[in-house]
Design a protein around this ligand. Structure first.
Ligand code: SF4
Length: 316
């Protein structure tokens, strides 16, 4: 597939060469399971809500092709985001298939869609690869969490996290990062809740800043080629998600391979129909969320966050 893009893709508004990433090895493959969600959070960076179909449900048939290709390319991990993945009626079959090959990570709000299917989830602990859940707990204050997610949902998510951990699954959390906050203090404030849930107090906490809604156009600095080499080292550039991961997205009945988990609202980032083609495509840093990666050293990948010690973003 030849993608036709205008000069905007290559040049900044001032005509300077845009910064870019040339992908290397496919380490992690993400699937967007669809933007339908049982909740309607005002800050959702995917704009997800009940019945939303901006991004459609992927099916097992859709996913199988990419899982098989990714395994051939040497992928080390599969990750799934939404929407709420457990709202997708095909999701558990997809997970069951993917777990035959590599460890999997699922981003979930840990409420009814997952709770109601627990009997189908528990047997996945017997699969040959590990299954980890990243649960959204926005603030270490149940009232603040419930203001956006609905009354009682902090406790529900916490209970589900404890139950998953007791069944042998790995758990971590994702939270909102507020401007000017003291990261360490906020992280520590979760400890009493983790103790109550019976999970280790040092589980991974992924933080994400304001990323703005899909199709928004916030005014952020543009990243030029010279910014990338002047301000970042080679290893920092290698840490960009678009270097080592891709995401499968379904729209209008067709799947495409997007550059990363953060840019599914701009068709320029649909890099092709196969992973092999997509991995050969240079990714220009034109999207406003690219600035977050540049400024915060962001990554959705837990493995990468741990290795680099940098702040991480999430995508659901
Ligand atoms: S948002 Fe980040 S990971 Fe995605 S294409 Fe831009 S720089 Fe790369």
């Amino acid at each position: 597939m030849t993608m036709i893009r205008d000069n905007n893709w290559l040049l900044s508004s001032k005509g300077e060469k845009r910064g870019y990433i040339q992908p290397q090895l496919l380490h992690e493959l993400w699937f967007h399971t669809g933007t339908s969600c049982n909740l309607r959070c005002p800050f959702c960076l995917e704009g997800s809500k009940p019945g939303d179909n901006r991004l459609e449900f992927i099916t097992l048939e859709d996913a199988r092709t990419f899982i098989d290709e990714a395994v051939e390319l040497g992928v080390e991990k599969f990750s799934f985001t939404g929407g709420e993945p457990f709202v997708n009626p095909h999701f558990i079959s997809i997970l069951d298939y993917a777990l035959n090959f590599k460890p999997c990570l699922v981003l979930t709000n840990a409420t009814e869609p997952l709770i109601n299917q627990f009997a189908r989830v528990i047997p996945l602990s017997d699969k040959p690869n590990a299954l980890n859940f990243r649960i959204s707990l926005d603030h270490p204050d149940p009232h603040k969490h419930d203001e956006s997610r609905g009354k009682g949902n902090f406790q529900k998510a916490l209970d589900t996290m404890g139950r998953l951990y007791r069944e042998g699954f790995g758990v971590s959390i994702a939270r909102l990062m507020l401007a000017g906050e003291d990261n360490v203090t906020v992280d520590k404030a979760y400890a009493p809740y983790f103790r109550t849930a019976g999970v280790p107090v040092d589980i991974t906490i992924i933080k994400f800043p304001e990323l703005h809604k899909p199709d928004s156009r916030p005014d952020v600095p543009e990243i030029t080629e010279s910014c990338m080499t002047t301000y970042l080292s080679t290893s920092q550039r290698d840490g960009f998600m678009c270097n080592y991961s891709k995401m499968i997205v379904k729209q209008k009945g067709k799947c495409g391979v997007y550059a990363c988990t953060l840019v599914d609202d701009d068709g320029s980032y649909n890099l092709g129909r196969t992973l092999t083609v997509a991995m050969s495509e240079r990714v220009m840093l034109k999207h406003h969320r690219c600035y977050s990666c540049f400024a915060y050293g962001a990554s959705c990948s837990e493995g990468n966050c741990k290795e680099s010690g940098e702040e991480g973003l999430i995508s659901a």
